[in-house]
Design a binder for this molecule. Structure first.
Ligand code: KIV
Length: 271
C-alpha cells in the first residue's frame, strides 16, 4: 500500500496480495463526492465508477447512453472524495470496441482528467487488442465477463449467463486470455457459482463477483441497490442493507408537511 495523508492506499498489488492471503476484496460502485466519501471512510477496498451511473444517476434504461465526458465527471467527483480505495472507472460503451488507438486515447483521457487509478472494460478475446494497447501505456485494466450490460441488445435479456457448457468454456478461455494480457482483476457478473469458483481457482488474478456466488475473491454491488434507494430492482443475488427509498420518502413527506404547516422553521432555526 502506498502512503498518502497517513492513509495506506489500496493498489492493484494489494489486491493480488489479498487474493494470495485468502482475504476477500470489497467493492462498491460510487458516482458522486458525498457518497464516495462515506464508502471510502467505511474502509472499502475498491470503488467502481460504474457505467451503471447511466441507470441509477441518469435514469436511462441501459448503460449504453452514458458518455465519456459524463464518466469523467462522475469519476473526478469520486476521486476528490477518496483517500484509501482504489478507484476503477468504467470505459463507456463505444469508447473501446473496434479501434484500439481510440480506446487508448479514451483511457488516457479518463486517467488524466478524472485522476482515477484504473479502467474497466467489458468483454473477452474480442477486445484484447484494445486491452493490450491500454496496458502498454501503464494503465491498469480490470476485465468484466459473464453478463456484460453493454451487450444487452445482443443478449436480449439480463438472465444468468454461461449456464450452457459452450458459453462456460468460452468464459474460462476469456478469463485466461485477460489474465495473460495483464489485466489486474476480473469482474464476473451473474453466472453460476460453480463456474465462478472454477475461474477464481484457475487464474491468479483476483475475481470479483456480482451474482457469482461466494467462491470468488471479492464481491461488488451497486450502492443504490444495496442501500434500497432503487426499490424496483430485486434480483436474487442482491442483499439489501437498508430500505432508503422508504426512509427518504418519509423524510421528504415530513419536511413537506412541516413547511406547509408552518412548523419549520421554528424559533431556534432562524437568525
Ligand atoms: O457498472 C457497474 O455498476 C458494473 C458493476 C455491476 C460491476 O459494472
Amino acid at each position: 500500500m502506498s502512503v498518502h495523508n497517513n492513509v495506506k492506499r489500496v493498489t492493484t498489488h494489494v489486491l493480488y496480495e489479498m487474493k494470495e492471503n485468502g482475504e476477500k476484496i470489497s467493492m462498491l460502485t460510487g458516482y458522486d463526492y458525498s457518497m464516495a466519501r462515506i464508502i471510502d471512510t467505511a474502509g472499502i477496498d475498491v470503488i467502481l465508477v460504474g457505467d451503471s451511473a447511466s441507470n441509477v444517476m441518469a435514469g436511462h434504461e441501459t448503460t449504453l447512453p452514458i458518455t465519456l465526458d459524463q464518466m469523467i465527471y462522475h469519476a473526478s467527483s469520486v476521486v476528490r472524495a477518496v483517500e484509501r480505495a482504489l478507484v476503477v472507472v468504467d470505459m463507456p460503451f463505444g469508447s473501446y470496441q473496434g479501434n484500439s488507438k481510440e480506446a487508448l486515447s479514451n483511457a488516457i483521457r479518463i486517467m488524466k482528467e478524472s485522476g482515477g487509478h484504473a479502467v474497466k472494460m467489458e468483454g473477452g478475446q474480442e477486445i484484447l487488442e484494445s486491452i493490450s494497447r491500454i496496458l502498454t501505456a501503464g494503465i491498469p485494466v480490470m476485465g468484466h465477463l459473464g453478463l456484460t450490460p453493454q451487450s444487452i441488445y445482443k443478449f436480449g435479456t439480463y438472465v444468468v449467463r454461461a449456464k450452457e457448457q459452450e458459453e462456460a468454456d468460452r468464459l474460462i478461455e476469456d478469463a485466461k486470455a485477460l489474465e495473460e494480457a495483464g489485466c489486474f482483476a476480473i469482474v464476473l457478473e451473474k453466472i453460476p457459482a460453480d463456474l465462478a469458483t472454477k475461474v477464481a481457482k484457475e487464474v491468479s488474478i483476483p475475481i470479483i463477483g456480482i451474482g457469482a456466488g461466494g467462491g470468488v475473491d471479492g464481491q461488488v454491488l451497486v450502492v443504490h441497490d444495496m442501500l434500497g434507494i432503487n426499490n424496483e430492482f430485486k434480483p436474487r443475488f442482491l442483499r439489501k442493507y437498508h430500505n432508503l427509498f422508504e426512509e427518504m420518502l418519509g423524510s421528504f413527506q415530513r419536511y413537506i408537511e412541516d413547511v406547509r404547516s408552518g412548523d419549520f422553521p421554528n424559533d431556534q432555526e432562524q437568525y
